[in-house]
Design a protein around this ligand. Structure first.
Ligand code: PLP
Length: 348
């Protein structure tokens, strides 16, 4: 394929690495309050946790400024991305998205028989919204937008995106994946959720895996119109896949503003250090708004991965825009120094 692809490591993906920087996990989570809630909830493990889930949904609705009928939860946002794809593409059609972008929903759409219509990002790394709108045809079932985008870590300005979604959603539903939005400072953060509140056919996905540092606990949600959620609920029972302790941990983490602010600040100072050091080493990292960063590498991806793995550092390698790229997640400062050392040894 001429499009985005990933280099997979030769061996099964390693898990025990000195610096595991390949899955955009938050090194500081879960918060102390979330851990405490998790432990306390274990004793109720004999019960289904519907009541707790309803409480979490009420809090999410309040936070997002929508009603509980606008919320669906799942074991991670992956579950909601994948199930949305199953519902929207079970009769084929096509999905329009940026290239490169996060492939989870697109892979499932393709597995259902849909076509992917990739639209290259612009040279400023933002979504090419005009070209995406032009790519929509009568077979398009959904537009997928990841903002900030993965694997690039880049941002599409919210005002342009708001206008795009507002207009396009009258024609075809728009799915906006905001997994990394929490890494922006509150004043810089503009979610597309307000469009749902306005009655637009926009589906916004959020997760507790990133800024909340709960990737292993599996909690995510989406905000959408009740009639859209009804379609998705026809093949999944919302939060049936989330464990009670994870629900309790999410509820505790949601109100832990101090922890979230600390994660944001540590992430951005580590990111600045990595960005500047990569530049000093002669690399050209792309300015990131997230908890990961990409930079071009002059080495075949699998070779690069095996050399980095041999130095006990896990990263990802991609090919797009006729170029090989490394994507590295922001770990702790100590982990990033291991990574930077490995880069010094691996790339000249
Ligand atoms: N969306 C984006 C853009 C991601 O990068 C990820 C995970 O890396 C996910 C969704 C899925 O995360 P989770 O299923 O843990 O919520």
């Amino acid at each position: 394929s001429p499009f985005f692809r990933e280099y997979l490591p030769k061996a099964p993906r390693p898990t025990a690495l000195a610096a595991k920087l390949n899955a955009n996990e938050n090194p500081y989570g879960p918060s102390a309050k979330a851990r405490e809630a998790l432990g306390a909830a274990a004793a109720n493990g004999n019960r289904y946790a519907w009541r707790d889930l309803m409480g979490l949904i009420d809090s999410i609705a309040e936070l997002e400024g929508v009603t509980p009928e606008n919320i669906i939860t799942g074991p991670g946002s992956s579950d909601l991305l994948e199930k949305t794809a199953m519902v929207f593409f079970r009769d084929g059609g096509n999905v329009v998205s940026a290239d490169p972008s996060y492939m989870s929903l697109i892979q499932v759409a393709k597995a259902c028989g849909a076509d992917w219509k990739p639209v290259p990002l612009k040279t400023d790394w933002s979504h090419d919204l005009d070209a995406m709108e032009a790519a929509i045809d009568e077979q398009t079932r959904l537009v997928y937008i990841c903002n900030p985008n993965n694997p690039t870590g880049t941002l599409t300005p919210a005002d342009a995106l708001l206008k795009f979604c507002d207009r396009v959603a009258d024609q075809v539903p728009v799915f906006v994946d905001e997994a990394y939005l929490g890494f922006l400072e509150p004043e810089a953060r503009q979610s597309m959720v307000s469009l749902v509140a306005k009655g637009k056919n926009v589906i916004v996905a959020r997760t507790f895996s990133k800024i909340h540092g709960m990737a292993g606990l599996r909690v995510g949600y989406a905000v959408a119109l009740p009639e859209t959620l009804e379609r998705i609920n026809a093949i999944t029972r919302g939060g049936m896949g989330i464990s009670g302790p994870s629900i309790a941990a999410a509820a505790a983490s949601m109100s832990d503003e101090a922890f979230l602010a600390e994660c944001r600040s540590l992430n951005s100072s580590v990111r600045k250090h990595v960005f500047e050091t990569l530049q000093e080493l002669g690399h050209q990292p792309v300015p990131s708004y997230t908890s990961f960063m990409i930079f071009p590498i002059e080495m075949e991806g699998r070779e690069f991965l095996s050399r980095m793995t041999a130095l006990d550092v896990g990263v990802r390698a991609f090919r797009f825009m006729d170029q090989n790229w490394c994507r590295v997640s922001m770990g702790t400062r100590a982990e990033m120094d291991l990574f930077l050392d490995a880069v010094r040894k691996t790339l000249v």
